[in-house]
Design a protein around this ligand. Structure first.
Ligand code: ATP
Ligand code: MG
Length: 326
């Protein structure tokens, strides 16, 4: 399969008033990749996707989608794209089928193909039995699945998914990834996805971490873990006094109750730690570097609530005090 660049961003910049949302972003996504864009609230992810869908104009720089400049040939670029927006965007007063059919009309899907494509997509996202239901009667998981079907139904080759799984239960989240994986086996498809569930992107080909509108790092998950991750030591101290002693000795440790997590240092770190605290800890485990650890190490632990909506604040990063960090 081809791995030609399908998204090419060069020195892209976007400012809202005094807020720099994108600061000189240069980025390439290749055909058939699953590309994850990670970043705390307000990092610039949605702004980037909106420029790629030609909803927003960049202040400077260029963005190409499938070879088309999104500022100069927006309609041609849009035809290649499917989008699942961060905010819900279905028509609640129409049925499941009507939402897809309307979308097909706008995208000029030939009449002959329309019925079959809609049926295929409803099958894929397990909504065939709900075809004639009004959208407002569906659960949030079902609505999200329908939005995914809509992003795919016009045979889009590139699909942007802006937090497609936020707020869904574990089962629904797993299903959404299952549909996307299934479809990638069947047809040519490049995915650009943002999510706050970092573990979801372990299987993506490329991960790009952005913050304050700038790219911090980019690479395959394994590479990022190798280059920026840390093996972590997790211990349960015998009592609060021991926990405090570990924290005093290791300022980069993080404690939640009696559980203390700290990055494994160089050389005889573990032997030395056990020599000092071994008889005073109840449990002891070693954890491999994680993407979440990489993310926190690079973006820090401060909350980024400033511009987030209430829904997003629930998923703000850095709340989970016991997770891996430097
Ligand atoms: N229409 C707007 N007017 C003014 N500022 C905006 C507007 N949209 C976004 N911003 C600001 O631009 C920055 C980037 O916002 P953006 O929505 O792109 O971030 P995000 O990474 O998608 O965040 P989240 O994870 O919360 O969805 C933030 O500081 C935000 O407050
Ligand atoms: Mg966003």
């Amino acid at each position: 399969m081809s791995n030609q660049p399908v998204i090419e961003l060069v020195n892209l910049r976007k400012q809202y008033g005094n807020t720099v949302a994108l600061d000189d972003i240069t980025l390439t996504v290749r055909a058939n990749e699953a590309f994850a864009l990670l970043g705390p609230n307000g990092a610039g992810k949605t702004t980037l996707l909106h420029i790629l869908c030609s909803i927003l104009q960049p202040d400077s720089g260029t963005a190409k989608v499938a070879g088309y400049d999104v500022s100069r040939q927006p309609l041609k670029a849009r035809k290649k794209l499917g989008v699942v927006f961060q905010e819900p965007s279905l028509d609640d007063r129409l049925t499941v089928y009507e939402n897809l059919n309307f979308h097909c009309l706008i995208y000029q899907v030939p009449r002959r193909e329309r019925k079959q494509r809609i049926a295929e997509m409803l099958e894929l996202v397990e909504l065939a039995d709900w075809r004639d239901r009004l959208v407002r009667t569906l659960s949030s998981g079902m609505k999200r699945r329908l939005e995914i079907a809509r992003a795919l139904v016009h045979d889009s080759k590139i699909v942007f998914l802006d937090e497609p799984t936020v707020g869904l239960d574990v089962q629904s989240r797993a299903r959404i990834w299952q549909y996307l994986t299934e479809l990638r086996k069947r047809r040519e498809l490049t995915l650009v996805i943002t999510t706050h569930y970092i573990e979801e992107v372990e299987n993506c080909d490329q991960v790009c971490i952005i913050d304050h509108g700038k790219i911090l790092v980019e690479g395959a998950p394994e590479k990022l873990k190798r280059d920026y991750g840390h093996q972590m030591l997790r211990v349960v101290a015998r009592d609060a006094e021991v926990g405090a002693a570990i924290l005093a000795r290791h300022p980069d440790a993080v404690a939640v109750g009696e559980e203390v997590t700290l990055p494994v240092g160089e050389g005889r770190f573990i032997d030395d730690f056990l020599g000092e605290f071994g008889s005073r800890v109840r449990q002891f485990s070693l954890e491999s570097p994680s993407l979440e650890g990489v993310f926190l190490a690079l973006t820090g632990r401060d909350l980024r609530d400033v511009a987030a909506t209430g829904r997003e604040q629930t998923y703000a990063f850095g709340r989970r005090g016991g997770e891996h960090t430097r």
